[in-house]
Design a protein around this ligand. Structure first.
Ligand SMILES: Cc1ncc(COP(=O)(O)O)c(C=O)c1O
Length: 510
């Protein structure tokens, strides 16, 4: 066996575990074994070493190997047989003969192989689930008729010109309308500051592309939006998560980190955060901007949910408090209208807008011209505000249905918050109960949610879950939460009968 620093060659596999990395060892291990399987180095039927043996060879705790094997099993890559050990299985639809594209992936491509997310999305792909896992607006509320009418109007008014190219930064009159929309959030922007995007996901990607080199540190809330974690990681960033409490990111902790580390970016969702639903207090917003200026770290403010407030007035965005031009403001139609249109926008200082536009041009030239004209007209007719009034009423009702059902049926030890806006309720399970295990059981009863760990850059959050209250109908939400509470109780009883943490239960990762 060849051993080089922290390298281990086991069964001709190169396993390299980086103990300094933020990514937990078990995820590093499961991802490396996945790559070996997908590249064909580990063939169907190959036996993996027993957990204890591999732990010994790698010099890690046995729980690290157990958790890695569990990931692989959930992803359908391996199977464990009592008495026969752990075997690699072929994955449906994936060739192990022929050409393997995994062999030629760039670092960015490789970063997208994530057995954890794959396993979770496979689990959630089932039909007939009460979908509390989604991050989607209520499809019943999509303004189909208004949009159909608007698209017709634009096509007949503009004729063939609407099929022409437009400038990368986006249609000027749409940028004027978006500046108006932003002013609803007490934020000043002018068309020169704004860039029209194919959804806010594109804004995250452009900023990451323009700012990040492999190894750069990015600060996020912990937990945070999975899409952002994936994008920053794909550019090789190391994520530093700052915990949240009821007032948002714990900015005093951020200060401690900034005194030691020089991050490239602070990414925050200060208002009705995804996944926690939490809103950052005004004091913390001020403190955060102050720190960003003092340590000269740009802030990317993701305001995807900011217009969806259900009660007391929402604190102003960071961008409206920023005097130094250090905050980038990002928003989208996906949550307030519908996600399939793919329209977002970003406000940045004008000199940076030119660079961002150049990056946008490199990616896709510009956002769909017909769409931009249609949304401009939709906004100019005041239809978005009308739409928002309606959706907010429905979402208040659905949120309250979810909260009330929890209050009635939740077993002891389960806790949850009451968001003042947005899409999500954030809940925690009793003791060491794992939300991944709960999800496996809940899906059997046709109920879904998202298990906490995907939202944590460092793999924590084992007993947390995100529940969406906007997508499913209110009746289904009630049924879904009742069912979930039954499943939690069953798991609680099963765990207490077993007396110990069962084989499939959460084992602390050390
Ligand atoms: C915080 C946050 N930012 C960005 C996005 C992506 O939105 P879009 O559909 O505009 O790309 C989402 C979607 O879930 C989100 O929750």
């Amino acid at each position: 066996m060849a051993i080089r620093s922290n390298w281990r060659v086991i069964m001709n596999l190169n396993i390299e575990l980086d103990r300094q990395a933020k990514k937990p060892l078990y995820l590093q291990l499961s991802e490396q074994i996945t790559r070996e399987i997908l590249s064909g180095s580990l063939k169907e039927g190959a036996r993996l070493p027993a957990e204890r043996k591999l732990a010994g060879l790698l010099g890690v705790n046995r729980s690290t190997v157990i958790n890695a094997y569990r990931e692989l099993e959930a992803g359908g890559y391996i199977v464990s047989h009592v008495g026969r050990g752990t075997e690699v299985v072929g994955r449906a639809g994936e060739k192990t003969d022929g050409f393997s594209w995994n062999e030629v992936l760039s670092g960015q491509g490789e970063s997208l192989i994530n057995p954890y997310s794959t396993a979770m999305s496979e689990l959630l792909r089932q039909r007939d689930l009460v979908a509390m896992d989604s991050g989607i607006a209520d499809p019943e509320l999509y303004p189909f008729r208004d949009l159909a009418q608007i698209f017709r109007e634009v096509l007949s008014a503009e004729g063939k010109t609407v099929l022409q190219h437009n400038c990368p930064q986006g249609l000027t009159s749409l940028r004027e309308s978006l500046a108006e929309l932003i002013s609803l959030r007490d934020c000043e922007a002018s068309p020169e500051n704004l860039i029209v995007l194919n959804g806010s996901q594109q804004g995250l990607d452009l900023i990451a592309r323009l700012l990040l080199e492999p190894g750069d540190a990015v600060i996020t809330e912990q937990p945070t939006f999975l899409g952002a974690i994936d994008i920053f990681r794909s550019y090789g960033a190391k994520l530093i998560g700052i915990p949240l409490d009821g007032e948002g990111m714990m900015v005093d902790r951020l200060e401690r980190v900034l005194s030691r580390v020089r991050p490239k970016l602070i990414y925050t969702i200060p208002t009705f955060q995804n996944p926690s639903g939490v809103t950052m207090s005004i004091e913390r917003r001020r403190h955060l901007i102050d720190l960003a200026c003092r340590y000269r770290v740009p802030v990317l403010e993701d305001d995807a949910y900011g217009l969806l407030n259900y009660g007391s007035p929402t604190p102003p965005p960071l961008a409206s408090m920023d005097k130094s031009g250090i905050v980038i403001y990002l928003c989208t139609l996906s949550k307030i209208l519908c996600p399939g249109l793919r329209l977002g926008w970003m406000a940045v200082p004008p000199e940076f807008a030119r660079i961002v536009s150049a990056a946008k041009q490199l990616t896709d030239l510009h956002t769909n011209n017909l769409l931009q004209r249609a949304i401009d007209l939709y906004l100019r007719k005041g239809l978005l505000q009308q739409h928002l009034e309606g959706v907010k009423q429905t979402y208040i009702l659905k949120r309250d249905t979810m909260l009330k059902t929890f209050e009635e049926y939740a077993p002891g030890g389960v806790s949850w918050n009451r968001p003042e806006g947005g899409f999500y309720i954030w809940a925690s399970l009793p003791g060491a109960m794992s939300s991944v295990n709960l999800l496996q059981e809940a899906v059997k009863k046709k109920v879904s949610f998202v298990a906490g760990p995907v939202f944590y850059p460092n793999g924590e959050g084992a007993n947390m879950l995100r529940l969406n209250f906007t997508h499913a109908p209110a009746g289904a939400i009630k049924h879904g939460i009742k069912t979930l509470c039954v499943v939690i109780r069953e798991l609680q009883e099963r765990n207490s009968r077993a007396g110990t943490v069962s084989r499939r239960e959460f084992i602390p990762i050390v």
